[in-house]
Design a protein around this ligand. Structure first.
Ligand code: CP3
Length: 365
C-alpha cells in the first residue's frame, strides 16, 4: 500500500475506528479491514435513499432550499446524512448528495426539478459538446470533502458510504438532458458516434471517480456506484461500450483500498460483468432472487434486496419477506440488508425503523 496517499493514515478504516464495523466486515466477506476473520456484532442494514423525502425532519430542513443548493452546504449535508442514522439506527450513513452534483461542481448548468429529476440546460449530443465540457480537478470538490469530513466526525464508528452515479447513468442524463425511460439518446450515440460516446463516458467516469475520491479522502469507509439505468442495455453493449468506463470510475479510488459496491436495476443479465468492473460487493435489485445471485456469483458479498413495494404491505407480509431475504443472504460470504431500490418518498419512516429492529434481532451467522 505504498501508493496510499498521506491523507489515508488518519482515515477511520486505517485508525481502526470503522475497521470492524458490521457493514465493513460483511462487505469484506467476514473479515475486518486488517484481515482478521470475525462475526459482526450485529447484522448490518441500511437503505438506499434513506436520507430524504420519507423523513419529516428532512422536509422541514429543506424548506426554501433547492436540492442542489442543499448539496453544496456542508452543515446541511451533514445534518441530513445523520438524520436517518439517529432515527432508524441503521449501520451506515450514505452521503447526502446527488449523482449530478459533480456536474454542477464542474460548471455544467444542471438543476434538479422537484418531481422530475436532473435537467440540463444544454444537453451534450455532439463531439463539439463533449469537447466543450469543463476540465475536471479534485480541487473542484472541496465543498464535498468538507461536508463528508463533517459527516465522518459526527458518525464516529459508524461508516459513511460515499457514492457516485456510474458513467452510463450520468451520461444518459447528459445526452437526454432530462430523465427518460428508454435512454434512446445514449444508446444510439454509442453505435452511431462511438468516438463521441467514449469521450463523454471517459469524462463522466472521471467526474464520478473524483466525486468518490473526495468522499473517501475525507473519511468515507466504502463507496457505492449507482448504475440505475444500466438495465436498459443489452449485454454486448454493456461489455463493449460501458463496462470499461465503470471500471475507470472505480479505478479512481482503487488505491485507497475501501470496499466498493456496484448497484444497478434490471441488471440480471450483466451482474457478472458489473462485478468484473471492479466491485467487491454486488447490490442486488428487488427483481432478482438473492439466493440465486449467491449461487451465480460465488464468493461475492451481496447487498439487498427487500422489495420497496412491500414497505406498505401489512407488517406480517413484510416481516416474512425480510426473513426470506436474510435467509437467502446467508448463502453469500457477506450480506448487508438493504432495499432492492430506493426508499419511496411516501414510506412511513416507522416501518423502516421496525425493519431495522427486526434485522438486528436476528442472529448473525
Ligand atoms: O439517501 C440517499 O440515498 C443519499 C442521497 C441520494 C440522492 N440521490 C438524494 C436525492 C442518492 C444516493 C441519490 C442517487 C441518485 N440520484 C440516483 C441513483 C439512485 C437511484 O435512485 O436510482 C439517481 C438516478 C438520481 C437522479 C435523481 N435525483 C432523481 C431521479 C431524483 C428524483 C426527482 C424527484 O423529485 O422525483 C433526484 C432528486 C433527489 N436526489 C432527491 C433526493 C433526496 C429528491 C429531491 C428533494 O428532496 O427535493
Amino acid at each position: 500500500m505504498t501508493t496510499t496517499p498521506e491523507a489515508m493514515t488518519s482515515h477511520p478504516l486505517h485508525t481502526g475506528v470503522t475497521a470492524d464495523a458490521p457493514l465493513i466486515t460483511e462487505y469484506l466477506g467476514g473479515k475486518t479491514f486488517t484481515g482478521e476473520a470475525v462475526r459482526p456484532a450485529r447484522r448490518p442494514v441500511w437503505f438506499m435513499r434513506q436520507a430524504g423525502r420519507s423523513l419529516p425532519e428532512y422536509r422541514a430542513l429543506r424548506e426554501g432550499t433547492t436540492m442542489l443548493e442543499a448539496c453544496l452546504k456542508p452543515d446541511m449535508v451533514a445534518e441530513i446524512t445523520l438524520q436517518p442514522v439517529r432515527r432508524h439506527d441503521v449501520d451506515a450513513a450514505i452521503f447526502f448528495s446527488d449523482i449530478v452534483v459533480p456536474l454542477r461542481l464542474a460548471g455544467v448548468d444542471v438543476e434538479i426539478e422537484p418531481g422530475v429529476g436532473p435537467v440540463l440546460k444544454n444537453p451534450v449530443r455532439s463531439a463539439a459538446d463533449v469537447a466543450a465540457l469543463p476540465d475536471l480537478d479534485l480541487k473542484d470538490f472541496e465543498v464535498i470533502s468538507e461536508a463528508a469530513a463533517q459527516c465522518v466526525s459526527l458518525l464516529g464508528p459508524r461508516p459513511l458510504i460515499g457514492f457516485a452515479g456510474a458513467p452510463f447513468t450520468l451520461a444518459a442524463y447528459m445526452v437526454e438532458g432530462r430523465p427518460s425511460r428508454d435512454h434512446l439518446g445514449p444508446r444510439t450515440m454509442m453505435h452511431a458516434d462511438p468516438q463521441t460516446w467514449h469521450a463523454l463516458a471517459e469524462w463522466t467516469a472521471r467526474a464520478s471517480g473524483l466525486f468518490m475520491r473526495a468522499q473517501v479522502l475525507a473519511g468515507a469507509s466504502a463507496v457505492q456506484l449507482f448504475d440505475s439505468w444500466a438495465g436498459s442495455l443489452g449485454r454486448a453493449d454493456y461489455a463493449e461500450r460501458v463496462m470499461q468506463h465503470s471500471a475507470a470510475a472505480f479505478a479512481e479510488v482503487a488505491d485507497l483500498g475501501v470496499p466498493a459496491v456496484h448497484f444497478g436495476t434490471g441488471t440480471g443479465e450483466i451482474l457478472d460483468l458489473m462485478q468484473r468492473a471492479g466491485a467487491d460487493v454486488i447490490g442486488v435489485d428487488y427483481r432478482l432472487d438473492l439466493a440465486e445471485v449467491a449461487t451465480r456469483l460465488p464468493g461475492t458479498p451481496l447487498q439487498g434486496n427487500i422489495d420497496p413495494a412491500l414497505l406498505t404491505a401489512p407488517w406480517e407480509v413484510l416481516e416474512a419477506h425480510v426473513h426470506t431475504v436474510i435467509e437467502a443472504g446467508s448463502r453469500a460470504p457477506g450480506h448487508v440488508v438493504n432495499l432492492g431500490h430506493g426508499v419511496p418518498p411516501e414510506t412511513d419512516p416507522d416501518v423502516l425503523t421496525r425493519v431495522v429492529e427486526l434485522v438486528h434481532s436476528q442472529p448473525v451467522n
